[in-house]
Design a protein around this ligand. Structure first.
Ligand code: XIL
Length: 517
C-alpha cells in the first residue's frame, strides 16, 4: 500500500463572522436583542455545558469564503461529509489517496477544531472492487483499509465512525460485502483493527433511526452490549439524527441516549438535520426549531452525550434536496447563510443569555415590554421537598411571538441534598406536551439562585395581547430532600397571579422580561 504523504498548504485563518439579526428573526420582535457584537458561538455555548457543537463540511464548499468563515468560527468540530469515505480514500485496492481528507484536517487544525472521521466501513460509497472480491479476501481488504486510513489520521481524528449503518430498519443486520463475508463479526474485527491503528481515537458505531427507542435502537443496544461484554474496543454510539418534521420527533430520545450512556459508552449526535416538505413556512420552521431544541435538550440532559454535529450548517450545501425530492430547508442557516429560527432555538437551548461568555451568568440589561411573566406559588409549604411555581406568559407587544424561541427561568436554591432534579408540568390550558422544563445549575450561582427551572415550548405562537394561561410546574431533587424556598430569588407568597420581575423571560436567548439575580 502507498500512503500519500501529508502536505499542509498554508491557509489564512477564516475571519470571525458576527451573526447579527438571528435573535430578532426568531420572533419578529420589535425590541430585538441587544447588540450581537460579541455574541458567543454555538460551540462557545456548547462548551460552557461541556459539549462540542460541530458541522459536517465538504471540499467543494471550502472555496466559498463566507461559508468557510462561518464554518471556522461558529463550530468547534467538523466532519468530512464525503472525503474520508472508502470510494475517495481507496478507489483502487492498495492505492490510497488522502488528499481531500487532509484538506479537512488542515482546516480543522487552522481553526482549532476537532475532527470526527467518517467513515471506515460502510456499505455505501464503497468502490466496486470491494464487492467484487471473493469473500475470503474481504476481511483482509477491510483490515488493510482501516489500518491505512486510521494510521494516516492518527492524532488528527479524535473519533472515528468505524462502522456506519450496520442495521436494517427492523433491527436485522444489513447485508453488505462485509456482513456477507464475515457475518456480524465484521463489526468487532473492524473496531479491533481501528484500535490497533489508532489507540487514542474514540471508536463509534454510527447509524440513523437509532435516536429514539425502537427496534433499530434495541438492536444497536444489544450489539454494543455484546461487544462490550466481549472486550471489543468501542467508545460510543453515533446517532445520525436525520430528522423530518413530517415523521415526528424520535420516541424518548433522552432516555434512549441514557441507556447507551449507562453501558459506559459515549453518545454523539453525528449528522443532525431536520428536513420538511417544501415549501417551508413559518409553522414548519417553528416545528423544526423545536426539533433542533429538543435534540440539544436531550444531549444536555445526558452527561455522556459528548456533542452535536449538524450535517452541514446551511441549506446551501445540504444533501437533503438531492436525496429526498421535494424536501429541504433542513439546516440552521438558509441558502444565503442567514440564521433561521432554528438557529435561535439552538442557542436558547444551549443556555444562551445574550452575553459573550458562553452561557448564563446574568447581568443583561434586557428589553422592556414584549412579554411578561406572571407568577404565583402553587403550594404554601415553603419547606417541603417540592417547589411548585405557577407561571403565565403574556404578550404585551404588537407582534406575535413564536413560543419555541421563548424560555422562562424560575430561580431557586437547591439547598442541601442531591444536585440532580426531576421536573414536571402538571397542567396547562396550552397542554403540557407543548411545554418543556428542566433544572439547570446556574453558571454564576447566587445566594437564593444557584439553579433555575427553565421552561420552554415545542410549538405555538402567542398573538399580541394573548396569554399562555397557567402553567402548573413542579420540581424536586432526586433524593426528595427538602428545600428552604423562603430565600429563593423567584419565590413569592402571593395567592394570585401577579407580574413577577424575578422570573426572567428570554426570546432567542435575549432577556426581554425581569431582572436576573
Ligand atoms: C451523504 C453526503 O452528505 C452526500 O454528499 C453524499 O452524496 C451521500 O452521503 N448518512 C451518512 C452520511 O452517514 O455519510 C451521508 O452523507 C448522509 C447519511
Amino acid at each position: 500500500m502507498s500512503l500519500v504523504k501529508r502536505c499542509r498548504p498554508h491557509r489564512s485563518p477564516g475571519l470571525p463572522v458576527l451573526v447579527v439579526g438571528a435573535l430578532a428573526l426568531a420572533a419578529g420582535l420589535a425590541g430585538g436583542p441587544a447588540s450581537a457584537a460579541s455574541q458567543d458561538t454555538l460551540h462557545d455555548l456548547a462548551s460552557a455545558q461541556g459539549k462540542y457543537f460541530g458541522s459536517a463540511t465538504d471540499n467543494p464548499e471550502l472555496p466559498d469564503a463566507a461559508y468557510a468563515a462561518k464554518l471556522g468560527s461558529e463550530f468547534g468540530q467538523i466532519t468530512p461529509g464525503n472525503s474520508m469515505k472508502w470510494d475517495t480514500t481507496e478507489p483502487t485496492r492498495g492505492r490510497f489517496d488522502f488528499a481531500k481528507g487532509d484538506v479537512i484536517t488542515d482546516f480543522a487544525q487552522e481553526h482549532g477544531q476537532t475532527v470526527r472521521g467518517h467513515t471506515l466501513v460502510w456499505h455505501s460509497q464503497l468502490p466496486g472492487w470491494v464487492g467484487a472480491l471473493p469473500s475470503t479476501e474481504v476481511e483482509t481488504a477491510m483490515t488493510d483499509h482501516i489500518t491505512a486510513e486510521a494510521t494516516h489520521y492518527r492524532g488528527e481524528v479524535a473519533a472515528w465512525d468505524v462502522v456506519n449503518e450496520p442495521f436494517n430498519e427492523d433491527g436485522t443486520f444489513r447485508t453488505s460485502p462485509f456482513y456477507n463475508a464475515m457475518g456480524k463479526d465484521y463489526i468487532a474485527k473492524a473496531l479491533r483493527a481501528a484500535h490497533a491503528a489508532d489507540p487514542d481515537a474514540k471508536l463509534y458505531i454510527n447509524d440513523y433511526n437509532v435516536e429514539g427507542k425502537g427496534a433499530k435502537s434495541d438492536a444497536m443496544y444489544n450489539l454494543v452490549s455484546d461487544l462490550l461484554d466481549e472486550g471489543v474496543p468501542l467508545d460510543g454510539v453515533g446517532m445520525q439524527a436525520h430528522l423530518a418534521i413530517q415523521y415526528g420527533f424520535p420516541y424518548q430520545m433522552q432516555a434512549n441516549m441514557q441507556r447507551f450512556a449507562d453501558l459506559g459508552l459515549d453518545v454523539a449526535v453525528t449528522e443532525l438535520d431536520v428536513r420538511m416538505q417544501l415549501p417551508a413556512d413559518a409553522a414548519k420552521l417553528a416545528t423544526q426549531s423545536s426539533y433542533y431544541a429538543q435534540v440539544v435538550d436531550a444531549c444536555l440532559a445526558v452527561e455522556r452525550c459528548v456533542g452535536i454535529t449538524v450535517w452541514d450548517y446551511t441549506d446551501k450545501y445540504s444533501w437533503v434536496p438531492s436525496t429526498f425530492p421535494g424536501e429541504g430547508a433542513a439546516n440552521l442557516y438558509d441558502d444565503g447563510l442567514a440564521p433561521k429560527p432554528a438557529y435561535a432555538a439552538v442557542r436558547t437551548a444551549l443556555g444562551d443569555d445574550g452575553d459573550d461568555d458562553g452561557g448564563d451568568d446574568g447581568g443583561d440589561g434586557g428589553t422592556p415590554g414584549t412579554l411578561k411573566a406572571l407568577y404565583r406559588a402553587n403550594d404554601t409549604a415553603a419547606g417541603d421537598n417540592q417547589i411548585k411555581p405557577g407561571l403565565q406568559l403574556v404578550n404585551t407587544g404588537t407582534a406575535p411571538v413564536s413560543l419555541p424561541a421563548v424560555t422562562v427561568r424560575y430561580w431557586f436554591s437547591g439547598d442541601n441534598g442531591a444536585t440532580t432534579y426531576g421536573s414536571w408540568c402538571d397542567w396547562s390550558p396550552i397542554g403540557c406536551s407543548t411545554i418543556t422544563h428542566r433544572v439547570v445549575a446556574a453558571s454564576s450561582p447566587k445566594s437564593g439562585a444557584d439553579h433555575y427551572l427553565e421552561v420552554g415550548f415545542t410549538g405555538g405562537t402567542l398573538a399580541p395581547g394573548a396569554a399562555t394561561g397557567e402553567m402548573q410546574l413542579r420540581l424536586s431533587k432526586t433524593d426528595w430532600s427538602n428545600f428552604n424556598e423562603s430565600d429563593d430569588y423567584s419565590h413569592g407568597t402571593g395567592a394570585s397571579y401577579a407580574d413577577a420581575s424575578k422570573v426572567t423571560v428570554y426570546v432567542g436567548g435575549a432577556l426581554v422580561w425581569g431582572i436576573e439575580p
